[in-house]
Design a protein. Structure first.
Length: 399
């Protein structure tokens, strides 16, 4: 494990603070992992567990169990949490997870409901999973714990994980080094004339060599990239080879190292000989990113940074049709799209927050000049007393 038991005990205490701040005593933190990452982070942050199942396995009568691929942590009255899974406990390497009791269930939601009922829990129980738990789980929970009302809390984990610990900062710095190595390999390959597939393979190798993982390596090039985000909606990259002079974008993102999410991106020109119009576009995009990063300071609202972003993008000649992208940045950690969101055109009001020292944040822009292309950039950093400590160092401008 990258963190010791004291780090996890501190996280549990902060989670209990979050539960009590919402007026409750009990919460269930759910996870869907099993090779996927989009709903793995909350529980992983709290105990370092991820399912060994092959994705979200079927929950049907002919399958051995309900809930394969899911897990739950039960928090109640500041007791040590208990981990509930739908796989044999013997398959879990307990040296790789935080020290706590593990319970295996043939029917995971029914087992969690029975645990809560056995603790005498009634009334409100908070949870984090309205948008990914199967309807089947709701029925099973209701049957096993009829005296409980399960209430979704959007910010249950965020309140506890808003400020990253010094130990987390060190891991995120390593994630930044791994991501930068991968993104530099990706962009260097694309600029030198490699196919999207070849350049993406080099990026993937850099991440794996660095001890990490990724959700997607995204690439797009040429005229189509002015409106299409990735060349392949399934994998992110294609077999195509960009032509000399094409605008090309590259992104690496996912739980890059230690389960911490980074998603840096860049735009460049194949052959690195931009036209005057391409140079203007990319340099304008870089300037917007730098000025937004400079605006992030402790005590500043991300809503105000969003207003600045609207002004800067208009001044940079943005011609994106409608609101192509709804934000200029967001928080990161074990999940993505966390607060504080930097809203574009007033969106994401529910994810606005004030910057504090210790947060992990991004700035991203999508700047379009019709007929020239779309410049897309994203940078990630840690909020300090003096501003943002950048975690990625792949060049923004290559000439």
């Amino acid at each position: 494990m990258l963190f010791d038991k004291d780090e996890y005990h501190g996280r549990w205490n902060r989670l209990y603070d979050s539960i009590e701040a919402a007026g409750a005593r009990t919460a269930v933190v759910w996870q869907r992992s099993a090779g996927g990452y989009d709903r793995a982070g909350d529980l992983h942050w709290l105990c370092n567990y991820a399912s060994l199942a092959s994705g979200q396995e079927p929950s049907v009568a002919t399958w051995p169990g309900i809930g394969r691929g899911f897990a739950a942590l039960v928090f109640h009255d500041r007791q040590e949490p208990t981990l509930h899974i739908a796989e044999p406990v013997e398959l879990v390497d307990e040296t790789e997870i935080a020290p706590l009791a593990i319970h295996s269930h043939d029917n995971l939601p029914a087992g969690v409901g029975a645990q809560l009922a056995g603790l005498g829990v009634e009334g409100t129980v908070l949870h984090n999973a309205d948008d990914f738990l199967p309807i089947l789980f709701g029925r099973e929970l209701a049957a096993a714990a009829p005296g409980i009302t399960f209430e979704h809390d959007d910010h249950l984990i965020y309140r506890a994980h808003r400020i990253k610990s010094p130990a987390e900062h060190d891991v995120m710095r390593e994630a930044g080094r791994v991501a930068s190595s991968a993104l530099t390999a990706l962009m260097s390959g694309l600029m030198s004339g490699q196919s999207e597939r070849e350049a993406s393979a080099a990026a993937a190798a850099a991440i794996v060599r660095g001890g990490g993982g990724f959700q997607r390596i995204g690439v797009a090039h040429g005229a189509r990239s002015e409106r299409v985000f990735w060349s392949s909606s399934m994998y992110g990259y294609s077999d195509e080879t960009p032509a000399t002079g094409d605008l090309v974008r590259g992104w690496v993102y996912g739980p890059i190292y230690g389960g911490y999410w980074l998603d840096p991106g860049r735009t460049a020109v194949v052959g690195n000989k931009p036209t005057a119009a391409q140079r203007t576009l990319l340099e304008a995009g870089n300037d917007v990113v730098e000025r937004l990063l400079d605006a992030i300071r402790p005590g500043v609202s991300s809503a105000d940074v969003g207003l600045l972003g609207d002004e800067l993008m208009a001044a940079a000649g943005n011609e994106a049709e409608g609101d192509y992208w709804e934000l200029y940045g967001h928080g990161v950690g074990k999940d993505f799209y966390l607060p504080p969101a930097i809203p574009a055109h007033g969106s994401y009001a529910g994810l606005v927050d004030t910057y504090d020292v210790g947060m992990a944040v991004t700035v991203e822009i999508f700047l379009r000049h019709a007929g020239v292309g779309m410049a897309t950039f994203e940078r990630t950093g840690l909020v300090t007393e003096r501003g943002v400590e950048l975690l990625d160092d792949t060049p923004m401008i290559w000439w």
